[in-house]
Design a protein around this ligand. Structure first.
Ligand code: HEC
Length: 137
């Protein structure tokens, strides 16, 4: 009887351990979810394109697209990387704020400002397919 109890307990323990070893599984999602998320993403990209070509972020009528037409020379795939202007390893968002404050003479955006998210969505979308190269100059 005692041996049987020990055996059953060990078996239960083994089952629990195995269950914990399983890889974490993502939530289930449907085709409708995917379509909605894609639509939301595309809205952010469009909003980013608008901000990129609109003088609203600055105080001197300069726009991002003047120096970065179609997000040229923004190199999102190289972030995070050491940026000389900031003197540290920085994210692209910090470099976007550098350009808002300097060429555009505007106020920096909070890192979670929806306009900051939209700018990053637009820039990275323009560079879709470029291999990641963090740290590269
Ligand atoms: C007057 C020209 C000019 C304007 C306008 C401008 N930038 Fe820049 N931008 C630069 C220069 C110069 C650099 C520095 C390139 C370097 O040394 O990496 C730069 C760097 C960047 C980088 C990093 C590029 C890299 O290779 O790492 C990003 C991202 C960027 N700008 C985004 C923006 C955004 C977003 C705006 C609008 C808010 C903007 N820029 C407006 C000239 C400009």
């Amino acid at each position: 009887m005692a041996i049987k109890t020990i055996f059953v307990s060990m078996l239960a323990l083994a089952v629990l351990l195995l269950a914990n070893l399983q890889a974490p599984r993502a939530d289930e999602f449907s085709r409708a979810d995917l379509e909605l998320w894609q639509q939301q993403y595309e809205t952010a990209v469009k909003k980013g394109r608008k901000i990129f070509t609109d003088p609203g972020l600055g105080s001197n009528e300069v726009v991002c697209a003047q120096c970065h037409p179609n997000a040229a020379n923004t190199h999102p795939e190289t972030y995070p990387k050491f940026q000389k202007q900031l003197g540290r390893v920085a994210t692209m968002a910090e470099m976007i704020n550098f350009c808002i404050m300097n060429p555009l003479e505007g106020k920096p955006l909070a890192l979670d400002d929806p306009r900051m998210t939209a700018l990053q969505a637009y820039i990275t979308n323009e560079r879709r397919g470029v291999p990641l190269a963090p740290g590269k100059h």
